[in-house]
Design a binder for this molecule. Structure first.
Ligand code: ADP
Ligand code: PAZ
Length: 430
């Protein structure tokens, strides 16, 4: 529900203060992915109180010593939260971060140097582009994590640790797929953000970006904005529901006098040329309905990505195509078009799968990176969950450790944190 709320707020320019109010909990770890279109934040919060006086606060009750007697580490129990902002409204993101207790503590702290030491993991092009802005406005240093590495780490984490994460979308039906974590690799990761990256994943930290296309989510939103005058991405998606692509697309039947081109397996209703119909019609842009244009555009881009994904899967003999990125937005027509394209071209050999945390792969991967480097933060301790069997299909099921998802959409999890972890200590000192 929280994710839904935040998505709605995203479309409303005056809502950042409300978003700030509803999320005034304590953040112990945060990672950010600043992309061409959207900023994605993943943060871990214990919902505990932060002291504002000079004494160190009592430890939150969730902060307990690890039962195995490892006195150098603590376990934090809490939730992993997901938030996004439009990159063009980066000020909202800055305001959100500065409202958080981590930052408030720093701002109120008498030791002004403390704030300057805050470092957060950051990925995406914006980690470079906006590094100075974060330093100047928030005193935060962006500790850069490579973008493809983050996407892969995020996808691997979700596929291995979160129940009901991957699903197929066929004929209007969503079916969850439980992938055996010992039989996950290789797969093709297709991230549809502003542009599209295709990555062959062979293991943890073992991957190669094999392809990409500049015709992606940014193309849909950018062209759609120009052609339909829609003011938001969601409005454009909504509009596409009511449209008919056959008014804009040139079909095989339009060329073959209403007949199939049976010899090469093309039905009369198949699209011969996306956006081809206006070629032979004496009509202006205004003479076409915006909903038909939106539908045609969404279909053209989704189909094209599905086809390029299939070709790359074929190139490397991959059977699983896992799709992420915020272009998808859990949108039925988008997923159906991609699934049909993959199924059609691979003759049923390859399968397209989508992820519930579709747009947060990079941010999650950057979050996982806290475990590297100075090894202050140990890997997530995962909580066992009994899978809900009703809507779940089994893809070589295997016993695995899983993460809970609570009602707010946050993932319940535990972090194993070094006693000397930096961000937490900055807060504690205040
Ligand atoms: N609220 C939104 N505003 C803008 N674009 C959105 C929104 N929701 C989904 N999108 C789509 O998601 C794409 C960005 O996906 P994302 O994975 O965040 O990529 P990036 O890292 O390039 O920002 C946009 O180009 C657009 O197609
Ligand atoms: C440059 C990018 C990796 C940036 O990632 P994004 O912000 O789009 O998620 C991506 O836009 C991309 O892979 N573009 C396609 C470039 C190409 O292969 O032609």
């Amino acid at each position: 529900m929280e994710r839904k709320l935040i998505d709605e707020k995203l479309e409303n320019t005056d809502s950042s203060s409300e978003l700030i109010k509803q999320s005034a909990d304590e953040i112990s770890h945060l990672a950010i992915d600043i992309g061409g279109s959207l900023i994605k934040i993943v943060y871990f919060s214990t919902n505990s109180k932060c002291s504002t006086n000079d004494e160190a606060p009592t430890l939150p009750k969730e902060r307990q010593e690890v039962p195995n007697g490892d006195l150098n580490h603590h376990i934090l129990s809490g939730g992993l939260h997901f938030v996004k902002f439009e990159t063009s409204k980066i000020e909202d993101c800055i305001n959100f971060l500065s409202s958080k207790k981590l930052q408030q503590c720093g701002a109120q702290c008498h030791h002004s140097h403390a704030v300057d030491k805050i470092k957060i993991k950051a990925t995406g092009g914006g980690a470079f582009k906006f590094a100075d802005l974060f330093k100047e406005k928030l005193g935060i240093t962006l500790d850069k994590v490579e973008e493809m590495e983050s996407l892969v780490a995020g996808a691997n984490f979700l596929l291995k640790a979160v129940n009901h994460e991957a699903y197929t979308y066929i004929g209007g039906r969503k079916e969850y797929v439980q992938i055996d974590k010992n039989d996950l690799y290789p797969y093709l990761l297709v991230n549809i953000g502003s542009g599209v990256s295709m990555i062959k994943v062979d293991g943890d930290e073992k991957f190669q970006r094999v392809s990409g296309t500049s015709v992606g989510g940014g193309t849909f939103w950018g062209l759609g904005k120009l052609l339909t005058k829609c003011k938001s991405f969601d409005e454009l998606l909504e509009l596409s529901h009511q449209g008919n692509n056959r008014v804009i697309d040139m079909l095989v039947g339009d060329i073959y006098g209403g007949m199939d081109y049976a010899k090469i397996g093309l039905a009369s209703t198949a699209i011969a040329s996306s956006f081809g119909k206006p070629v032979s019609e004496n009509r202006e842009l205004e003479d076409y309905k915006p909903e038909d244009i939106a539908r045609s555009l969404l279909r053209m881009i989704s189909n094209n990505i599905g086809q390029i994904a299939y070709l790359n899967a074929l190139r490397f003999g991959l059977k699983r195509i896992i799709l992420g990125g915020f272009f998808i937005r859990d949108h039925a027509y988008t997923m159906d078009t991609i699934s049909v394209a993959v199924d059609f071209w691979s003759k049923g050999e390859a399968k397209a799968m989508f992820l519930r945390h579709e747009g947060f792969l990079g941010a999650l991967g950057a979050f996982m990176n806290y475990k590297d480097g100075n090894a202050d933060l140990m890997p997530l301790q995962l909580v066992e969950q009994t899978p809900k069997s009703s809507s779940c299909i089994v893809d070589r099921i295997h016993n695995s450790t899983r993460v809970h998802e609570n009602e707010s959409g946050a993932l319940d999890c535990r972090l194993r944190v070094s006693s000397s972890f930096k961000i937490y200590d900055e807060v504690k000192r205040c």
